[in-house]
Design a protein around this ligand. Structure first.
Ligand code: ZN
Length: 289
């Protein structure tokens, strides 16, 4: 009897070991990349509406991350970003506010505006902020050919280099619209990291400074990349409250490149699954916190 049981158990054990090996292989990051939230960039005419998933690119065995909407950091670090400028009336007073609070910001510039306000681009860099490329004319890049995308980005790089001598290493696609294969191509062509966001106060709808401030303050978490626009006066009007409140909560404002330099890598699987179950930070539909 014992012999019969033993002869049944041995193959069963072998099968279990084999199955667990197969399962372990299926769970390696290479074999099953984490599920990514679905993008709905086409639904609305909103600028910078969609939050798109990070796209790890595997070179050899080390995944190189090219897209960031949030950074996994140890500590209360966040990056406040301002798109579509520089703006003659608004950017100088935003820079004044940031200087007063010793806060570092990141500006994603429209090439035409950078060409129009080279002094403001120089001032942004001189005061310790970062500037990135946000295209020349703010088109929907995901609908364009590689050649047309290259022209949009190159012209803007050239304008920023001409104004400052600095060559940006970050780009943000207008509306967050850039297909995964385009992101890879853009990153290879220009050496850019592609920067999206995890906090969107929908400030372009001009809901009033206090609403803009409240939405940002409610949604920020360590490692957040906050989207906003320095071409809207209400957004700049909201910043004293945003800066004061977040500083009082212990947050530290750094540039996007500084935030990425603190990246601890992908969050562990359990946390990632929990995070993807949480709705994206589209505050128009999210409940108030
Ligand atoms: Zn924009």
């Amino acid at each position: 009897m014992a012999h019969i049981i033993a002869s049944m158990v041995r193959p069963a054990l072998f099968l279990i070991v084999l199955l667990s090996l197969v399962q372990a292989r299926a769970q390696t990051p290479e074999a099953s990349p984490p599920a990514a939230p679905v993008v709905s960039a086409t639904a609305a005419p909103a600028p910078d509406l969609a939050t798109q998933p990070a796209t790890p690119v595997v070179t050899g065995t080390v995944p190189v991350r090219i897209t960031y909407s949030h950074v996994n950091v140890d500590g209360p670090y966040i990056a406040m970003t301002f798109d579509d400028g520089p703006s003659g009336p608004n950017t100088p007073r935003l820079l004044d506010l940031a200087a007063k609070k010793h806060i570092k910001l990141t500006f994603f510039l429209i090439g035409q505006n950078a060409q129009h306000y080279p002094d403001l681009v120089r001032r942004e860099l001189a005061e310790g902020h970062e500037v990135g490329n946000h295209s020349w004319t703010h088109p929907v890049l995901s609908k364009m050919s590689n050649d047309a995308i290259r022209a949009e980005l190159q012209k803007t790089q050239d304008a920023i280099v001409a104004a400052t001598g600095y060559r940006p290493t970050l780009m943000r696609p207008p509306y967050g619209a850039l297909l995964p294969k385009q992101r890879l191509w853009v990153s290879q062509e220009f050496g850019f990291k592609i920067i999206l966001w995890d906090v969107d106060p929908l400030d372009w709808k001009r809901p009033g400074p206090s609403v803009v401030a409240a939405r940002i303050i409610a949604a920020v978490r360590p490692g957040s990349i906050i989207l906003s626009h320095d071409i809207h006066s209400q957004t700049v009007d909201a910043m004293p409250e945003v800066f004061d409140t977040l500083l009082a909560k212990g947050y530290k404002f750094v540039t996007v490149s500084e935030l990425i330099a603190m990246d601890k890598g992908p969050v562990k699987k359990k946390t990632a699954a929990a995070a993807s179950a949480t709705p994206a930070t589209n505050l128009a539909t999210a409940p108030a916190q």
